[in-house]
Design a protein around this ligand. Structure first.
Ligand SMILES: *Cc1c(COP(=O)(O)O)cnc(C)c1O
Length: 231
């Protein structure tokens, strides 16, 4: 078994244990393998081990990997910041976007989504713990943006995405994730019909499961440590 296949199995085991601890059905929690900085070959290995959904932060890098792996039936999620001049690449190549945080980008994505493709699946990125420099809408603005996105023809609003600061312990991590869960419930009380809560990474996936995550974005626990140094 390859290292990636072995890591994937361990991550799934962790998810199963976290789900059992809070009486959730592990099948209700999706695993997104975050392949940023890793080569197409690593994605191939993960796919051979049964993984279908992959996440990329850097749009250009993601588009290159998508092209290199076009022979595989993969689902691609954009989870990084989107500048206006990159929205077309996202609209044309990805299946999901988790990082929509303003109407202008949502509008461009809808306008640029090719008619030949299914609607783009979208999550609103929410700055759930109020970091002053962080991407994401303030929680108080999520309802308005959600309503605006609902009106765009080529986007399908699915839910919320959060990237909280690392928490000091399990209880603190659960508390922050629970705020995101409460926000999604509040939006659904307005009839928005959201089914996706994208939260939890390698370090805090157990707490995220406990607090209601439906989609975990896991990179290093599957692919190993990232090297951002000079290539
Ligand atoms: C890199 C990244 C992840 C994965 O982080 P790990 O700690 O490697 O699991 C998840 N979500 C986002 C938005 C990321 O940028």
């Amino acid at each position: 078994m390859t290292m990636i296949a072995d890591n994937l199995q361990q991550v799934k085991q962790r998810i199963a244990q976290a789900a059992e601890a809070c009486q959730r059905d592990a099948a209700s929690i999706r695993l997104l393998a975050v392949s940023k900085t890793f080569p197409a070959q690593a994605v191939r290995e993960a796919h051979a081990a049964g993984q279908v959904a992959f996440g990329e932060n850097y749009i250009q890098e993601g588009v290159e990997k998508i092209a290199a792996l076009a022979d595989l039936p993969l689902e691609w999620h954009c989870i990084g910041p989107i500048q206006s001049n990159k929205s077309r690449l996202v609209a044309e190549h990805f299946d999901w976007v988790h990082s929509v945080d303003r109407l202008k980008i949502a509008q461009r994505l809808s306008d640029q989504r090719p008619a030949s493709l299914a609607p783009l699946q979208v999550c609103i990125q929410v700055n759930i713990d109020g970091g002053p420099t962080k991407a994401g809408v303030p929680p108080a603005d999520a309802l308005e943006l959600a309503r605006q996105i609902k009106a765009l023809p080529r986007l399908n609003l699915r839910g919320l995405m959060t990237i909280p600061e690392p928490a000091p312990d399990f209880a603190a991590a659960c508390a922050v994730h629970a705020q995101a869960r409460a926000l999604m419930d509040a939006l659904n009380a307005h009839g928005l019909g959201l089914d996706t809560l994208s939260m939890g990474m390698s370090a805090d996936l157990d707490a995220a499961v406990q607090s209601g995550s439906t989609l975990l974005r896991v990179g290093s626990a599957i692919f190993g440590g990232r090297n951002y140094g000079p290539a």
